[in-house]
Design a protein around this ligand. Structure first.
Ligand code: UGY
Ligand code: MN
Length: 269
């Protein structure tokens, strides 16, 4: 599997400004071309690290999550990356090697490209790059909504360890890699990987209360977002507000894959 990782830098002065960024009331598209040096943030508590913050709760948009692409140089990291006790997170590594340690355990978890960690709210964990190259990963954060009688626990897995499940009636053209059991009410967010074979489609305009963050890991496709059809490719990020109609076709010649955030399993207040 390959996973798009931003390379930073700046476009040459001779290049045309051909970017495809879109911001509407129903959705935002942040194309890979804007993942440049000049739009990075430093993160408090981290060393030798920079981040692209591609989604965060914004007043009026009522968003439920934040999503960061984080890049850590060798030797860098953070003792307490998550400073908010009530916030859960998912880490998905796209390149390099990332070491993650839970404070209550001695075991160190070394994640490589495709590695996945769920960090429960209240868990104390640290992160470091002990490899020789830059490491890059997505960090998706949500204020956890507890549910009596259910406990979400931290876990580590990877894309390679979880078999994609075919969507019913699609003959495998559309499949979802589910990292948590959809019936497990302890979880109030899903971060899954959706895979389309060339020509596969999401064949109706889904409209649902859940928000999405949708980062294209591999391939290309055309996505229906509200009233628009938008071409997207590896490295592009789509941020869909609640009820934004959505459908897609995978363009080929290879797989079209994306990391999908979705808030689930709670009544809306
Ligand atoms: O589960 C979902 O909401 C998913 N089918 N949506 C999407 O891929 N845009
Ligand atoms: Mn959806």
């Amino acid at each position: 599997m390959s996973y798009f990782t931003p390379q930073g830098g700046l476009p040459a002065q001779t290049e045309l400004l051909t970017d495809r960024a879109i911001v509407t009331e129903a959705y935002t598209v942040i194309p890979k071309g804007v993942l440049r040096d000049i739009v990075t943030s430093n993160l408090p508590g981290f060393t030798d690290t920079r981040a692209w913050i591609i989604a965060r709760p914004i007043a009026g948009f009522a968003t439920t999550f934040s999503q960061l692409i984080v890049e850590i140089a060798p030797g860098g990291g953070a003792e307490h990356p998550e400073q908010e006790l009530g916030v859960e997170g998912v880490v998905f590594v796209t390149s390099g090697e990332l070491t993650l340690t839970l404070e209550r355990e001695s075991e160190r978890h070394v994640l490589e490209a495709g590695g996945y960690a769920y960090l429960a709210a209240g868990e104390r964990w640290s992160i470091s790059n002990e490899g020789a190259a830059l490491t890059s990963f997505h960090w998706i954060r949500k204020a956890y909504e507890p549910l009596e009688g259910h406990t979400a626990t931290s876990f580590f897995t990877s894309d390679a360890e979880v078999a994609p499940q075919e969507m019913p009636g699609t003959n495998g053209a559309w499949a979802t890699t589910r990292f948590v059991d959809p019936d497990d009410l302890a979880h109030d967010m899903h971060v899954n990987i959706v895979t389309f074979q060339p020509g596969g489609s999401l064949p109706f305009a889904e409209t649902h209360v859940m928000e999405h963050g949708l980062f294209v890991l591999e391939g290309k496709g055309v996505y229906r977002l509200n009233d628009d059809w938008v071409e997207v490719e590896a490295g592009d990020f789509m941020w869909l507000r609640a009820f934004c109609p959505q459908a897609c076709y995978a363009g080929g010649p290879g797989l079209f894959r994306y990391l999908l955030y979705k808030d689930v399993n709670r009544q809306v207040r």
